[in-house]
Design a protein around this ligand. Structure first.
Ligand code: NAP
Length: 335
């Protein structure tokens, strides 16, 4: 067996750049599997904004912080290369929470490991229209934000992986959709490729003023960002609107939580329901979501752009691209 290259977290990062100062590429001789473990030859790694928080020392997040010296964790798609679990024979194409490594070793139940459909033409869709971001978008828009046909759905970080899927789920469910994203290219993508009703460039436009033009107010808000964007949306919510708190990417690089929201008063004034949700709580319902997501994918109603980087040695470049907003769609690394 060849050596296994992996990324190790050495220090807690500051900010969202120069990650090479905090993580290092290491190589190990693979150790024998323990009973029940599975080794996966990684073909693709998923870059997920939420994992940035696991690198910080904060203990009040939804996951405990990753210990210094540990392999960096992340979603992996690849083939089982060695197994001590008969449910996952060698050669099976699987996806689950593994490591940023050429060979991930996982305990299937802890990793949420599952065999994925080999008939999907582009395997990256297991991180795209059929992946965790899509499940997040589906649960968040349909159940947490409970969007209704005809009302306005606002989505922040709308041109990223989760956001672009949330926009499309809302559009497919009959909502009018406004996406909030950074820069004119992303806004063009949202309007022209995803067919949204409105796109707002939060870097160059007054988000609060533009949202005020949405007739009837925003019925449902799928928030990936928090901070200033949440503050711009709250005063524009319709009465009895629903806010699905999906992520707070504006604050993941800090060692202390973002303050706010400054417009907390609007939750009372507009009788809003605000609810956080975390997709690992819904993993067992994946089989329930997949047929609808697959039907939309096959019908061209759920698409994903991929922002692809090659090679385990370039993982940090891909990760930084995502956290600094240089991506449109899903950031993946081909191993
Ligand atoms: N609740 C859950 O279970 C769950 C599951 C998956 C993902 N999420 C959340 O979904 C969000 C998106 O994650 P993702 O993995 O799909 O990444 P992504 O959206 O593909 O990439 C992150 C995007 O965040 C935006 N961003 C970064 N810093 C920002 C800032 N300070 N203000 C505003 N926007 C900023 C950037 O877009 P711009 O150029 O537009 O700024 C960037 O493209 C994250 O908050 C993540 O935690 C939650």
């Amino acid at each position: 067996m060849t050596g296994n290259r992996f990324w190790r977290l050495d220090r807690h990062p500051q900010g969202n750049s120069d990650f090479a100062r905090y993580l290092s590429l290491c190589e190990e001789v693979p150790t024998p599997l323990a009973s029940g473990e599975v080794r996966i030859a990684a073909e693709w790694l998923s870059m997920d904004a939420g994992t940035r928080m696991w690198m910080s020392p904060r203990t009040d997040g939804y996951q405990p912080p990753l210990p210094l010296g540990a392999k960096m964790v992340g979603l992996v798609l690849g083939r089982v290369s060695e197994t001590r679990d008969p449910a996952f024979p060698v050669g099976t194409l699987v996806r689950g929470f593994g490591q940023w490594a050429e060979q991930a070793v996982v305990m299937p139940a802890l990793a949420g490991l599952e065999a994925v459909d080999e008939s999907v033409a582009d395997p990256r869709q297991h991180f795209g229209a059929l992946g965790m971001n899509a499940w997040t978008a589906y649960v968040g828009v349909r159940e947490v934000a409970a969007v209704r046909p005809g009302e306005w759905l606002a989505v922040s970080a709308a041109a990223g992986a989760t956001g672009s899927l949330a926009c499309q789920v809302g559009r497919n469910l009959g909502a009018r959709v406004v996406g909030i994203a950074g820069g004119p290219e992303k806004c063009r993508f949202l309007r022209e490729e995803l067919g949204l009703d409105m796109a707002i460039d939060y870097r160059g436009e007054d988000v609060e003023a533009r949202l005020a033009t949405c007739e009837g107010g925003i019925g449902a808000f799928f928030d990936n960002v928090g901070g200033a964007i949440l503050d711009a949306v709250l005063p524009n919510m319709a009465h009895y609107g629903r806010v699905a708190i999906c992520g707070m990417v504006a604050g993941y690089d800090g060692d202390v939580p973002l303050p706010g929201p400054a417009r907390f008063d609007q939750i009372l004034m507009r009788r809003l329901r605000v609810e956080g949700f975390f997709i690992p709580d819904f993993l067992e319902r994946g089989a329930e979501f997949l047929p609808q997501l697959r039907a939309w994918l096959d019908a061209g109603k759920l698409t994903m752009r991929f922002d692809e980087t090659q090679g385990i040695e370039n993982v940090l470049i891909a990760y930084e691209r995502m956290l600094t907003g240089r991506n449109i769609g899903k950031v993946v690394v081909r191993i």
